[in-house]
Design a protein around this ligand. Sequence first.
Ligand code: PLP
Length: 494
Amino acid sequence: MNYISTRDPSVKVSSAKAISEGISADGGLFVPESIPSVSLDEIASLAQAGYMERAKNILGRFLTDFTGEELDACVKGAYETGFSDERIAPVVRLRDNIYILELFKGPTCAFKDMALQILPRLLTVANSKVAQGIETVILVATSGDTGKAALEGFKDVENTRILVFYPSDGVSAMQKLQMCTQEGNNVAVSAIRGNFDDAQNGVKKIFTDKRIGDILRSHGKAFSSANSINWGRLAPQIVYYFSAYCDLVKAGSIRCGDKINITVPTGNFGNILAAYYAREMGLPVSKLICASNSNSVLTEFLTTGVYNRNRQFYTTISPSMDILISSNLERLLFSLAGSEKVKEWMSLLASEGKYTVDAGTLAKIKDIFAAGFCGDDATKRTIASNFKENGYLCDTHTGVAVTVYNEYRARTNDTTPTVIAATASPFKFSAAVLEAIDGRQEGLDEFEMVDRLARISSLECPAPLAGLKDKPVRFPGCCEKSGMEAVVLKMAGV
Ligand SMILES: *Cc1c(COP(=O)(O)O)cnc(C)c1O
């Protein structure tokens, strides 16, 4: 299986190269040249297997230049011990035929772990095939969840170093603690004085600076990215949609072949795109329901065909979805309309901040996707009613998804069994979740809020979050925007 660029199908690389390089030199994203299909018989037999078997099966169809032993080692390394639930991605019933797919059982309690626990392992194998002897320096700009999940994934991985920048006032207290106390011999973290865009722009500039690249190369090192544009992050996310379907079959909640809907709280369009690929592969899925917060650029796009990033940016209680440019959308557009159109639309996005797809493409989109958005108040009301009526406590991002799904179901009377992706532990966003179920809290610190939330909900705070209380801060540093380069060079050891 080869990978081609969304902007130039004549660019063809192996899966190892696609993962090692992360992004195509023409600015396009790597996509598989064809989508492998999975039959209902195969799904029925996967229903009898565990998560790791399912992962090997699905990943093996995409990563054809990895040997069976290599994939086995990557999958075991990622999922065998690091998750607090042996099912890895458990499915629980919310009410009626509505199910929650819990993707937050990994070491950082957000769904990013599902991919970032395995990406470093895939990258190491890929580099051994196509970039031997080179030390990889991973640079990350984060608004919270990605940075911590990447640090946990890459810590102590041979031949790699990882450096994460986060905006000093742009992450939650828990997220900051998670990063500043990070363990491992090849990790570093720095705050920057500025917002997320400053961090991201600074990282992009260093990434593409030829002079810095040359310095690294002369020391046998090269930059790489753990961002969700890397195919090695997307492929592992396809697995859990198959797994959820298999679990429902195995439990007798559906018959193999029955259609389901899938609802995903969406930011960069990575998670829902993985569900789209699962559907293209033959997983019986009817609608994909894309849920956004007040940053509703995707709701507008999926319902009208107009993508317009020229709009107000809102800071919400679901910060991992506060995004106006959803970079993985490019892969969907390629799949539906081809590379010529993608090039045209991406260049309009760069120059005007806006593009409109043709009627044919919009019709295809509407056939597959439904979309909706909601504000913080509606999200909090849903968190409260879910908790009171169904005894289920969800985080703010999942709260958006449930709200949008409830509205979809009421609007359409579509009662197809539905899986809703739950993307973070409620304890990661204690302040907002507590406010939703118990009113506004004054004067409590982060861990007092966690304790209170645990008491009210009768849930236990996940150990990786509770344990932060006693961990020493290793990375208290904060630099100016202009100081990022020096931090990078020092950390890279050049
Ligand atoms: C990253 C993230 C999302 C958004 O996922 P995308 O793949 O960017 O669409 C949603 N919820 C949480 C908790 C996240 O960390």
